[in-house]
Design a protein around this ligand. Structure first.
Ligand SMILES: [Zn+2]
Length: 393
């Protein structure tokens, strides 16, 4: 009891002060200590005070520390034994989150902010029984900490009849793959904007993006944004890293319950993971009937999706862009699950490959890739209009 009172007291205090101290704080550093008694101690130092809170979440057990009016550039420390993963970054504009994945059930014993020149949040956790942990994790969100909803999808640009929804992979707290100074979330956003410009110039398409800045957008929200915008086709853009093998070259993924191979299955699982860790609850719970209807719609959409991937492959090869030795793959990607909208995920290249990194840095290569995707989309759209005369005008 003492714990939660302390947390809420701190919250009320800092919400009050936060309205006076308007300057945006920055997370400057952090430390993670694992004590002899099995406990965990975290401290996070900000450039100035900001409203904050700490809580635990379940499935998997996590400590979440949220800050408002605060920017977090990088992960403050590396995981250790009892903390198996650390994520940090923006979750909504002006809202940042640090997520520690815990090796088991823990509860918060201390949570306080000390302010001198800087403001430091200290959180201490001790191992707890499953029941005490669940009770803490299930505590409802106070209204002032309910995350603001994503804004409606940005208006599409262009005059064409077909609406393309481009989905720059990752964003905010979820950086995606990282290598040297390259971060997947930045690359995919920059490329999506370049591609948008090219597609709009062409005149065949209208184009909208699922995110236009560095923000976290849950996978299911990306689909909702596409549906609400009335998108005709959905392209998710990525540049991941792979742990095993020497993957190189562009790859096209489409949805399938049966993954083409182990690597494809790992790729899909990795993309679904951050959604859970970010702590935004979005479990898509279609009941059985809805599930059957969605499967039927997907069966109807599958050949159109197949033609989309094939047209993109032809487009990319026509521009003499190197593709992966298995250029077409399939896996159970959450972001490709729209039942009635042909969807594909393009790995532009792999950040784990030196060749691909050089390509992704090269503006001329990116322009060729954008042109290849444009040509693929145009070829697909022309064919799709003939095969499906009822297609939305
Ligand atoms: Zn990715």
């Amino acid at each position: 009891m003492r714990v939660s009172r302390q947390v809420w007291l701190a919250l009320v205090l800092w919400l009050g002060l936060g309205t006076i101290a308007l300057a945006e704080a920055q997370l400057e550093r952090g430390t993670l200590r694992e004590g002899w008694g099995g406990g965990i101690e975290v401290s996070l130092t900000l450039s100035g005070s900001a409203p904050w809170r700490a809580r635990v979440l379940a499935d998997p057990p996590r400590l979440v520390v949220d800050f408002r009016d605060t920017t977090i550039g990088t992960v403050p420390f590396a995981p250790r034994k009892r903390v198996t993963a650390v994520e940090a970054g923006a979750i909504r504009p002006g809202w940042s989150r640090v997520v520690l994945t815990l090796g088991g059930p823990y509860t918060i014993t201390t949570a306080e902010m000390r302010v001198r020149d800087q403001a430091t949040v200290h959180v201490a956790l001790d191992p707890a029984g499953e029941e005490a942990f669940r009770a803490a994790a299930l505590r409802p969100e106070p209204p002032e900490w309910t995350l603001p909803k994503d804004p409606p999808p940005p208006a599409a640009e262009g005059t064409g009849s077909l609406l393309v929804m481009l989905d720059p992979g990752h964003g905010g707290i979820d950086p995606g793959a990282q290598h040297d100074s390259l971060t997947e979330k930045d690359l995919t956003l920059a490329f999506a904007k370049e591609l948008q410009r090219l597609l709009v110039e062409d005149g065949t398409f209208r184009v909208a993006l699922t995110r236009e800045d560095d923000r976290f957008v849950p996978l299911e929200t990306r689909l909702t944004l596409a549906r609400e915008a009335g998108a005709d086709v959905f392209l998710s853009l990525h540049a991941d890293a792979v742990q095993e093998g020497e993957a190189t070259g562009a790859t096209l993924y489409t949805l399938s319950k049966q993954a083409t191979d182990r690597a494809a299955r790992i790729m899909a699982a990795w993309h679904d993971r951050t959604d859970i860790l970010a702590g935004v609850d979005l479990t898509q719970n279609d009941d059985t009937v809805a599930g059957v209807l969605m499967d039927m719609a997907r069966v109807e959409t599958a050949p159109r999706t197949d033609r989309l991937a094939r047209a993109l492959e032809i487009g990319i090869k026509a521009w003499r862009i190197d593709m992966h030795r298995h250029p077409r793959q399939a896996a159970d990607f959450a972001v490709l699950k729209a039942p009635d909208m042909p969807s594909a995920l393009i790995e532009l290249g792999f950040l784990s490959s030196a060749t691909d990194r050089a390509n992704l840095r090269d503006a001329a290569w990116r322009a060729r890739m954008a042109a290849a995707i444009r040509d693929g989309l145009k070829a697909w759209a022309a064919k799709d209009a003939v095969i499906r005369p009822g297609l939305r005008r």
